[in-house]
Design a protein around this ligand. Structure first.
Ligand code: HEM
Length: 572
């Protein structure tokens, strides 16, 4: 541009082409006025003009993006400030302190709800809003309307498992696999189906004898081992029990589960840090082991192919409906979640994701129940009487028997109510604002949380004994556990109470669009485990624990996260 302006005034610029195309269709530099300086000078001038144009386009694009961002931010601040909550704008100092020190988030939110009401907003940062909800009706609305999970959840699972069609942020991406998995798990608990005797539990209990050779066990590792075997055998079939690498796999899974969320919280993976690279190596090993057991289980299930076809024929099912066939008859999960659209990588990812989630959540629940049994010999006796009265000495436990063990089912539900697997249910609506019936609009991308302890121990819903362990609240006239767990398998939600507030306040497995797919299955599987265990063993506290319990005034209130226990065989 500058060079053209310095050209002599006598130069006839009109004879010089302006664009590259113009230069190509003229007769060439020979035909241009001499003052232009030939083809090279033209190209230099042309490049300068092109660069200027690109810089202007870039500047306009960046300005446009910044304008969009600023508008979105102003909108977020405007909508956010209409929701009740503390004044802090950049980041709430109280919340920052709780998050930094790993403090009591429930206690912190409880104080805020006491002050601002059932919906409270907090600023996590200048562009990140957290909204906590405790009112049962609003909780139901939020969990139904907000279909997405936080991007951090998706990143955590992706980092550990690679590509997968469950647990990722966007609901659209998980919908299909959720539906298939639901049918697969429901088939496992159908009364009268070929798999209903939970032979998995027999195999798991056989392992207890090996474990019993030790003097005592700590509840956490015992529960984790039981959960690992139940979930592993359910997802992978009999191949799981013949698998020589199972112990190594269990250890690896727990290591990967421990650090996943921490590493996923980095916006850019810190690949320069040796500890991160070590974590990635563990994930890669886990993936290789998963691939090997999936192959093994696939070989086993193709051996069972003949049985499956005759089973389907006897049910009058069209053998060409591939996905459904597999779900109904397969003994291992890849048949259900491995439809023609799923890649091998995604099937392994789904299995790893289910193992990570299912094992840690189930181990937590099994551990809580065992702790209660240790602390309350009366409850243990009551359950033993019920188990023995339902099944005669020689019979194998069936799902139908379990449905008659109302106190046992109530004990599992009450343990899940009092000690949920995590303190918060989390959701977000990534693309759309969420308009709640109460007139509140939660802007898109806000973090929505439901503090489980506050909701599940709300005295106005559960009564004055809301924070006490009382399985009998599930044995009221308006609750029929047999009907709930034995109901036709359209939905797998455990709708325990006829009273709306209680139904919406019983959320150990979440609710709405992203509720737990494994809830009915896992309550029955854990009930089966506890029934089989108590039928043959008594659970005692380790002597060191007995001393602690003797000195406590009321043992049912003791906080014992991981008591040592001893199992002694019952005399028949
Ligand atoms: C005691 C054991 C378990 C507990 C306490 C538990 C709890 C939960 C919770 C709280 C959620 C989130 C719900 C929400 O946001 O509304 C969830 C989701 C889920 N759970 Fe479980 N769960 C357990 C066992 C299992 C098992 C055994 C399986 C399957 C084998 C399973 C499969 C799933 C799936 C697929 C999801 C939803 C994932 C998604 O939508 O992306 N869970 N679970």
């Amino acid at each position: 541009m500058a060079s053209s302006s310095s050209s002599s005034s006598s130069c006839d610029a009109a004879g010089v082409p302006f664009t590259l195309l113009g230069a190509l269709i003229t007769a060439g530099p020979a035909a241009w006025p001499a003052c232009v300086g030939g083809g090279r000078a033209f190209l230099r001038d042309y490049a300068r003009r092109g660069t200027n144009a690109l810089l202007w386009a870039g500047l306009l694009a960046v300005t446009w993006i910044l304008l969009l961002r600023v508008t979105a931010l102003l909108r977020l601040w405007a909508l956010g400030s209409r929701i009740p909550g503390p004044r802090a704008l950049l980041a709430d100092p109280g919340l920052a302190a709780v998050l930094r020190d790993g403090g009591d988030i429930t206690g912190f939110l409880s104080k805020l709800h006491g002050r601002y009401g059932p919906v409270v907003r907090l600023w996590v940062g200048p562009s990140q809003l957290l909204v906590s909800v405790i009112d049962p009706t609003l909780v139901k609305e939020v969990l139904t309307k907000a279909e997405d999970k936080l991007p951090l959840t998706g990143r955590t699972y992706n980092l550990a498992c690679g590509k997968l069609g469950l647990f990722v942020s966007l609901f659209q991406k998980v919908k299909r696999t959720r539906d298939s998995l639901k049918m697969f798990l429901n088939e496992k608990i159908t009364v009268g189906a070929s798999q209903s005797s939970f032979k998995i539990i027999d195999a798991v209990l056989n392992r207890i004898n090996t474990i019993m050779s030790k003097d005592f066990m700590d509840t956490r590792s015992f529960s984790q081992h039981m959960a690992f075997n139940i979930i592993g055998a359910t997802l992978l079939g009999d191949a799981f029990f013949e698998w020589s690498d199972a112990s190594a796999y269990e250890e690896l899974l727990m290591l990967v589960a421990k650090d996943g969320c921490f590493w996923a919280s980095y916006a850019i993976p810190p690949f320069w840090r040796p500890s991160y690279r070590r974590y990635r190596t563990l994930c890669a090993k886990l993936k290789i082991l998963t691939e090997s057991v999936v192959r093994k289980s696939r070989q086993n299930s193709s051996l069972n192919h003949f049985d499956q076809r005759s089973y389907l024929k006897s049910k009058g099912t069209d053998p060409n409906r591939r996905v459904l066939d597999n779900m109904m008859a397969s003994h291992c999960l890849h048949g259900a979640i491995g439809g023609p659209l799923n890649s091998e990588e995604e099937i392994c990812g789904n299995i790893m994701g289910l193992m990570l989630h299912g094992i840690s959540a189930s181990a937590n629940l099994i551990g809580n129940i065992l702790t209660k049994l240790v602390l309350s010999p009366e409850l243990q006796d009551q359950l033993h009487v019920e188990i023995v009265s339902v099944c005669n000495e020689s019979s194998k436990l069936e799902v139908d028997d379990l449905l008659r063990m109302q106190v046992l089912l109530a004990t599992v539900c009450e343990s899940a109510r009092l000690l949920p697997a995590g303190p918060l249910l989390q959701r977000c609506s990534l693309k759309h604002d969420l308009k709640l019936g109460s007139g509140i609009t939660v802007p898109a991308q806000s973090i929505l949380v439901v503090p489980l302890h506050l909701v599940q121990m709300d005295a106005s819903v559960w009564g004055d004994d809301a924070d006490q362990f009382n399985p009998h609240r599930f044995l009221k006239k308006d609750v029929d556990l047999r009907e709930i767990f034995g109901a036709p398998k359209g939905s797998n939600r455990i709708n325990v109470f006829s009273e709306c507030a209680k139904t919406e306040s019983f959320l150990p497995f979440g609710s709405g669009s992203r509720e737990c797919v494994g809830q009915k299955f896992v309550v029955l599987a854990i009930s089966m485990l506890i029934a089989s265990l108590l039928r043959s063993y008594e659970v005692h506290p380790h002597p060191s624990l007995s001393k602690e319990m003797d000195t406590a005034v009321d043992s049912s209130h003791l906080h014992m996260p991981n008591p040592k226990i001893i199992l002694t065989k019952r005399r028949i």
